[in-house]
Unconditional design. Structure first.
Length: 152
């Protein structure tokens, strides 16, 4: 059991690091002269559409990812057995990080394409929100109500 929890935490931490690294690499690449940097900066209609899309995605995904996990934890995971609970925890933690990854990477990509600070801000909001989802063994045990002493 202890080994499985450690593997789950390692997987979730690596997923979390990946979801931070990719948007930041896109932002750094666009700042260092990517061929697509500022490609659509003068297109007002496209800028308006993409900014609106990124803002709406951020407004929807950030609260959904933070609250959805609590609802799933209470509704499905609490009533399951330990093996099923661990599996569901991994699945829904992945969904949660994915929901935050979408506006983050899209915000940084649109920032590079449009040179729009609004898109960059939305990408940063999604990344900061993901800090509330950082996995740890202690957090996993607390959320699943696993006692270390009784499971050894």
């Amino acid at each position: 059991m202890e080994e499985r929890i450690k593997r789950i935490v390692i997987y979730l931490k690596s997923l979390h690091i990946l979801c931070w690294t990719l948007p930041l690499l896109v932002g750094i690449w666009s700042e260092t002269g990517a061929p697509w940097t500022g490609m659509y900066a003068g297109d007002v209609r496209l800028t308006y559409g993409l900014e609106t899309l990124v803002i709406l995605l951020t407004v929807l995904c950030v609260p959904l990812s933070l609250k959805l996990f609590a609802w799933i934890l209470k509704g499905r995971i609490d009533g399951a057995g330990i093996d099923r609970a661990l599996h569901l925890y991994v699945v829904w933690s992945t969904v949660r990080v994915g929901l935050l990854f979408i506006p983050a990477v899209l915000g940084f990509a649109c920032y590079g394409l449009l040179l729009s600070d609004k898109c960059l801000l939305c990408g940063l909001i999604a990344l900061v929100a993901s800090l509330f989802c950082v996995p740890s063994g202690k957090r996993l045990r607390a959320e699943l109500r696993i006692d270390k002493e009784t499971d050894l």
